[in-house]
Write a protein that binds this ligand. Structure first.
Ligand code: ZN
Length: 123
């Protein structure tokens, strides 16, 4: 009976851990989608500024530089979020082309490079 209870506890703990990871994965995917939207907004803003510049409107150059820096930062954030999402989803990221792959792949189907030299995120 003792063993049965301890087995049961382990099963329950495992299930809790799994659903916790699933919630975490959903959260990180939503955060990544937000980051993508922010990047898109910045590109739109950049387009407006470029339009104004082309029309010879008065426009501070610093604005463009600021937005470019912000886009770079957001892209960095997005890369980190996607790597985290891949990790939680039992995937790994190809170091050559940054594609998220199933952890059991030996070669990246996207770029053909071998995967054995990279860290896997699977237990
Ligand atoms: Zn690749």
């Amino acid at each position: 009976m003792e063993k049965f209870i301890s087995d049961l506890k382990q099963t329950v703990n495992g299930a809790v851990k799994k659903s916790g990871e699933l919630i975490e994965l959903t959260k990180i995917k939503m955060a990544a989608a937000d980051t993508k939207n922010s990047i898109q907004d910045k590109f739109t803003k950049l387009g407006e500024l470029t339009y104004l510049a082309a029309k010879g409107e008065d426009m501070p150059a610093a604005d463009i530089e600021t937005i470019v820096t912000e886009i770079d930062e957001l892209k960095q954030t997005l890369t980190e979020q996607e790597a985290k999402a891949a990790e939680l989803g039992g995937k790994k990221i190809c170091p050559h082309c940054d594609k998220a792959l199933n952890a059991e792949f030996s070669f990246c189907p996207a770029c053909g490079n071998p995967m054995e030299d990279i860290e896997t995120f699977v237990d």
